[in-house]
Every structure is written in C-alpha cells, then in structure tokens.
Ligand binder design. Structure first.
Ligand code: ZN
Length: 433
C-alpha cells in the first residue's frame, strides 16, 4: 500500500470509530478478518504455535498478539503500546436540562481538550449504553448517531469584543452544555433525551440504565495542502498510532517471525490510566502472564522473558508550526513529513533512555525511515504517555516515539501523509528484527 492509501485507510478507521468502544469494535472486525481469535479472560486458554489472538477488556481496551516461532525466554515479548481514547466532552448521567426554551445536554470534560475548538462544530453522540432487556438481562450495546445532533454556538463578536485579543474562554460549568432542541416547558427533558436514545436503538420494552456517551465531530477526515501532503481528522492522538501498530502486526512479513508480537491499546490514557483497563491497571501484566502460562513457561523463564522484552510506546508528538516559533525548544523542532519522532525527557515523562533511543534509531536506519528527536521546553510542563507506566510496571525497556502533528487535543488535528507510512514501516521492522 502506498502512503496515501495507508492514510485513507487510517481516515476510514477513525470515521468508523467515534468512541473508544467503536475503536475496539472496528479493530476487532479487522483482526477477525485476518483470522485472529478472541480470547475471554474468564475462560481457560489453549494457545497454538504461531496462533493469532486478541483480548478485550471492558469494550474499550484491546491487546492483540501473535505467538512467535521461538520460546518466550529466547526472544522476550515485542510490545507496541498506544491508547484508544481522546480528550473531549462526555455526557453526564442526568444529561438533559431545560433552560429558557432550550433542551441542553450537560457534559463533563474528559482529559485536556482545547475547548474552544468544540464551538461551531457539527457534533453528535456515540458510545455504549447498558440495556435491561424485557427478560431482565443486562446487555451492553454500542450507539452512534450519524446525524448532527448537537452544537455549541459561539457568542457573536458584538457580545465578546475582546475574543480575538484574549482568546475564547468558556466557563466550564456554565458555558459548555450543548444545545439539542427547542422544546416546550411541559416536555420532561430527561425523558425526551432517553426517548432519543431508545429510538436510535429501536428499543421497545428494553430500558437503558446507564451510558458512556462521547461527543464527537461528524466531519470526516480529509487530505489537505497543495500536494495533499497533509491530512486532518479528529482523534489523530492517538488513533493514528493505534492504526500504525495494528498495520505492523498484520503485515504479512511479520506473521511468522521468532518473537511473540503484542499490540496493547488502552483506554483512559487521557485521564491518567488508573483503571482496570488502563495502562496503569493489570490488563497488560495479566495478559502477558497468561500467554506465558498457556505456553508452558515456568516462573523463572517468565522473569527471563520480561527481562528480554521491549516496548515501543507510540503517541503523537508536537510538530513545529512556523506561526508560533517561540512555543518550541529551538534545537528540537520536529517537522511534519520528516519521519517519526523519538521523545526524550530527563524527568522520565517519556520512557526513552539512550539505549532504547539508539535501538529505535537503528531500526529506522535499517528500514530506510528518517527519524527526528524531540525535547520539550524547560519552561513548559511536558506531557506524558503510557510508556513510563507500563515500562515501570513490567520492568521492561521502552522507548517513546510518535509522529509529528499539529493542534494536539483540538477536535480537528492534522499531520503529514509520509509520516504515517514511515511509522508503519519502522514498527513493522521492529516486529521483524
Ligand atoms: Zn496521546
């Protein structure tokens, strides 16, 4: 596949995946098409040599793996980690309220979105709901509204004269509820909202008891630029990395190699990873231990396996934007379409150290992929990734890398076409090396 087709595949993946639960559903469909078998954590596992498997925890974190040709202690695990969630707005439990003739949907802030970018967008809802069936069973269902359902209209400049000088500031409690409808005072807001959800799922007697609802942007991904060398969509942080990881795992050249390859894609990174399905939870340690157990690896050999393992934590990086030169460390401007970025931070906000940095650089060189190095300004707090968390938890060596992108945590992010293909090539080489 050429780089344009790879990015089109990524854009289609994102458009099909408006919430972390949809991300996992989309990936699951792709893995199943490639003969991966779903494993259930409540069951006993029997794994076959060179077998392809995946495990889902709570619908929005997924670990897919392919068993290697050699015993685990000989090669260690080769792990690529990324996250399935993106910052944004989440619908509250008592969602709907009535104010001055309007029905509004109350939201909480999930992670650190650039809130101003949510104004004047064609928004809608997606996620999962828990349904109590007529027979009294509880079932989890995905829900997605395709039509534009919601909006956060800006204030006219005539009422906010300073907006271009001071920036758009939204009061987080009072000014974020999204407009859904103009209804009469007699209609009960929450009942109206529930009817909307029930109609969408064509539920008759079944009742919705709870939900995880994400506000998403209905605008599809696009290529842009004179040569169409850039692309834009929501959730590039970090679905571009999830996509690159899975493309590497599914590359036919990596399907029969020595080491056991693992893609671990976690929910809850944007809110600190501390949950049963987050990177700071037991998901990855549990699955690695169970792979070892199911392949007859003794306790000491499992410790040897971890000592030999390596992780690439893939998350997006901050590309240089020439209009804002002072925002960047002057000697570490990373440029869109010039290759994957190795992220280094003395304070270990990234898991990279010189040896893992050199390993990744060397894999890039062997694969013919250009690479860049990023270091954050000292006078700005540095972001972090799942890298240091899983690396510390498992005691395995790790490097933090990611593709350069603009407008991280905007509802509309953008990046370079060439970089996505470069990243897939580098990750594929890691799995083969
Ligand atoms: Zn991220």
């Amino acid at each position: 596949m050429n780089s344009r087709l790879q990015v089109q595949h990524l854009l289609d993946f994102i458009d099909a995946s408006p919430s972390p639960w949809h991300v996992v559903q989309t990936l699951e469909a792709q893995l199943t098409r490639c003969n991966f078998i779903r494993l259930d954590e409540t069951e006993t596992w029997a794994l076959k040599p060179s077998g392809r498997y995946y495990v889902v925890r709570d619908g929005s974190s997924i670990i897919a793996f392919v068993l290697g040709q050699k015993a685990l202690p000989e090669t260690g695990f080769k792990i690529i980690g990324a996250h399935t969630d993106s910052p944004g707005l989440r619908v509250r439990p008592n969602a709907a309220n009535y104010l001055d003739g309007f029905l509004r949907v109350g939201v909480e802030i999930y992670g650190g979105p650039i809130l101003a970018t949510f104004t004047d967008r064609d928004l809608s809802l997606a996620g999962r709901v828990s349904v109590k069936t007529e027979q009294g069973q509880l079932e989890s269902r995905l829900i997605r509204f395709d039509k534009v359902l919601l909006r956060l209209p800006n204030l006219a400049i005539h009422m906010n004269r300073s907006v271009n000088d001071e920036g758009l500031k939204l009061h987080k409690q009072n000014e974020l509820p999204l407009l859904l409808s103009s209804i009469s005072e007699q209609q009960l807001p929450q009942a109206y909202f529930m009817d909307l959800l029930h109609d969408q799922l064509a539920l008759d007697q079944d009742r919705i008891l709870a939900w995880d609802l994400v506000v998403y942007d209905t605008q599809k991904g696009v290529f842009w630029g004179a040569e169409q060398e850039f692309y834009a969509n929501s959730q590039l942080d970090n679905l571009a990395s999830c996509h690159a990881a899975i493309m590497a795992l599914l590359d036919e050249h990596t399907l029969f190699t020595d080491a056991t390859r693992v893609c671990a894609l976690f929910d809850h990174e944007e809110v600190g990873s501390e949950s049963h399905k987050g990177a700071d939870g037991s998901f990855l340690p549990d699955i690695l231990a169970r792979i070892a157990l199911a392949t007859g690896t003794a306790q000491q050999d499992y410790a040897r396996t971890l000592a030999k393992s390596f992780q690439i934590s893939v998350d997006m990086a901050h590309a240089y934007q020439p209009n804002f030169p002072l925002a960047y460390e002057p000697d570490h401007k990373v440029i869109v379409n010039q290759g994957p970025v190795i992220k280094v931070n003395a304070g270990q906000r990234y898991s990279t150290e010189s040896h893992s940095e050199a390993l990744f650089a060397n894999w890039c060189e062997e694969a013919g992929v250009p690479y860049q190095k990023y270091s954050h300004r000292c006078d700005l707090p540095c972001g972090s990734t799942i890298g240091p968390i899983t690396s510390a938890k498992l005691g395995i060596r790790s490097v933090d890398v990611g593709n350069p992108m603009w407008a991280m945590h905007s509802i509309r992010e953008s990046a370079g076409v060439l970089d996505h293909a470069f990243m897939i090539r580098a990750l594929t080489h890691f799995f083969m090396a």
